[in-house]
Design a protein around this ligand. Structure first.
Ligand SMILES: Nc1ncnc2c1ncn2[C@@H]1O[C@H](COP(=O)(O)OP(=O)(O)O)[C@@H](O)[C@H]1O
Ligand SMILES: [Mg+2]
Length: 372
């Protein structure tokens, strides 16, 4: 890392983003504020990010002609989703800097690779086994026991590609539910709460982390993030240390999201890492209105070789996702002085679709010491 040269991209440079969803859109908005031009590459012609970009490429991720054109007109490339095909990443990174790097991408897009990476970095996770057949699953259940969670190695999100196994009888149903693809079986963690750490690492290896947020899910989709999380100082320090260690080991550049399970915050119980996301993260949206520099600007700063901004939190916050029909509540949030509304410009409301979010901002309460 140290002997790699660092290029600072000045305002006026062009940033390419793979993926045109709301995360790409909010990255583009943050980058525009710093004077950058944004080009978005996404197969879907109706991508929300296209509406805020200087140029859009609506092509498949294996369309090398379109990718070459995209690379020729950009100074750096990043992505807003972790399932960028490895060949696409390799094709682009041979032409132009790609951040976060390909290792971060390959670790985050395969749960087995992720578990192995975390184990090598001595980061605690739920006990797991690699599953390639129903026989593997039977054997793993006899070791790991129930309840446990079967997770497809690739392409899962919002709880998709997962099955909970409560008793050995559930094995064949679970294997069918994930369509018999390569998977991991994981011990079920009876967590007290879920938290995430959003951390940024620059090209010079500097790191800043946001205060951990507490995540509440509904129908397996993130519903709310509360900041500060109700955890002890000890748990908070441990969470930040894990995130730093992961970013450091990957020689990471950009924003990284790290999801964790807290079992019992007031006791010295283990803290487990569940998942890492090599991108800006839904559970970091609160930073837009409660911090000097939000996760989107921080990511742009990191990939452009700028110094990182201040991640300190000036307010308490509650981020609420507007999912499906929740979208129609926008007027009531727009009328509230304590709320900032972020809408993604999506044309159609569909059940489970993330349409926008609201950041409710509250005066910062003094830090708790009772749980330390
Ligand atoms: N080992 C586990 N023990 C208990 N709950 C789990 C476990 N793994 C996942 N979950 C629950 O399922 C949710 C989704 O799982 P996750 O691995 O984060 O996949 P994704 O976010 O890609 O859908 C988690 O946020 C958590 O609520
Ligand atoms: Mg998750």
């Amino acid at each position: 890392m140290m002997n790699k040269s660092i290029t600072t991209l000045p305002p006026g440079s062009t940033i390419g983003i793979l993926g045109g969803g709301q995360l790409g859109r909010m990255l583009a908005l943050a980058a525009s504020r710093l004077g950058f031009n944004i080009h978005i590459f996404c197969p879907d012609a109706n991508s929300p990010a296209f509406k805020v970009a200087a140029k859009s490429y609506s092509a498949e991720y294996d369309d090398e002609k379109a990718l070459a054109e995209f690379a020729r007109h950009t100074d750096v490339i990043t992505y807003e989703f972790e399932n960028v095909p490895a060949d696409t990443a390799a094709f682009l990174s041979s032409r132009i800097p790609l951040y976060p790097n390909e290792q971060a991408l390959s670790v985050a897009q395969d749960r087995l690779a992720e578990r192995r990476f975390l184990a090598a970095a001595s980061i605690p996770t739920a006990a797991y086994a690699s599953i390639a057949s129903i026989e593997d699953l039977q054997e793993a259940i006899s070791k790991i026991g129930t309840p446990s969670v079967l997770k497809a190695c690739r392409l899962g999100y919002d709880g998709k590609g997962q099955a909970v196994i409560k008793k050995p009888d559930d094995i064949s149903g679970a294997w069918k539910k994930i369509s018999g693809v390569p998977a991991i079986l994981e011990a079920f963690i009876p967590f007290e709460r879920e938290i995430s750490v959003i951390i940024a690492r620059s090209q010079t290896g500097d790191m800043v982390a946001y205060d951990p947020g507490e995540n509440r899910h509904h129908n397996h989709i993130l519903d709310e993030t509360l900041v500060p999380a109700d955890i002890s100082a000890d748990t908070q320090n441990k969470a930040l240390e894990f995130a730093r260690k992961i970013a450091e080991s990957l020689e990471y550049v950009g924003i990284l999201g790290v999801e964790m399970f807290v079992c019992n915050s007031s006791a010295h119980d283990p803290l487990y890492v569940n998942e890492i996301a090599p991108r800006v993260h839904n559970s970091g949206h609160w930073t837009q209105d409660a911090c000097n520099t939000d996760q989107f600007e921080q990511h742009i700063r990191a990939i452009c070789g700028w110094p990182l901004g201040d991640a300190a939190r000036h307010s308490d916050a509650k981020m609420k996702n507007l999912i499906g029909e929740d979208f129609h509540q926008w007027p009531q949030y727009a009328a509230r002085a304590d709320c900032n509304l972020h809408l993604y410009g999506k044309l159609n409301v569909r059940p489970g679709r993330k349409m926008g979010h609201v950041n409710q901002i509250m005066p910062k309460k003094p830090d708790k010491t009772s749980r330390n």
